[in-house]
Design a protein around this ligand. Sequence first.
Ligand code: PAF
Length: 284
Amino acid sequence: MRRIETAAELREASRAARRDGRRVGFVPTMGALHAGHLSLVEEARRRADVVVLSIFVNPTQFGPAEDLASYPRDLPRDAALAEAAGVDILFHPASASTLYPPGEATRVTVSRLTDHLCGPRRPGHFEGVATVVTKLLVICQPDVAIFGRKDYQQWRVIERLARDLMLPVEIVGAPLKRDADGLALSSRNVTLGADGRRAALCLPRALAAGAEAVAAGERSPEAILGRMRTLVEAERRARIDYLEIVEPEELQPLLRIEGAALLAGAVFVGSTRLIDNREIAAPA
Ligand code: PAF
């Protein structure tokens, strides 16, 4: 596995691969790799000849009160996992100025799709994500880039920005991965103790109950959200940030569930904020 720290070197390595007729697959991450990330690498390997994985804890997507300083970082462990998973190029910018050069003044904003869910609760977050992902896609110029559907809104936002900015890349949303106990895999899970982890399970449980209610014929988002809220509120260590039911492409709230829908939520367990979602299709 080749390790690259500069944008110029990554641009050249990717260009050389494409010149040789090889497809480039890209998996952007912030490190603290887990089985969910490795499944994205697997997906990239299925779709491309050369897999590039980036590790960059992007400062612009964290709010002032968020966990930028304490975000888990372990480059040697991540590099070993990436290599074992078959990553060909690990891009790890030496410092934030590699992607945010002195005097930088440009941000990428995706509207509408960021009006609900995490958008209003994390002001500036999606602008930071859209900005860094645009930079990474411009530098790497992959044929295909893979994002996890655990961050469902992020995937849809990036899909939109790639379409709107006419970037010549296919954006793929890979399935959300769960641990055996049902918790969605997330780099932040390591910050939960055993008790916190048990508490966090109220979110997947609430989403599963919501999905079951739809399968049983309930079509009112309010009624379903009420049941979900009751389940999360029964866990005293959890605090709801939001629970919402939206249409799965434009991410606007639904007045009635007919066809495809996304049940999504965010809860705090202590200071750890966890998100999760379930994609459902109401039978006609
Ligand atoms: O999902 C992530 O890890 C990050 O938001 C991303 C896409 C790497 C941008 O920093």
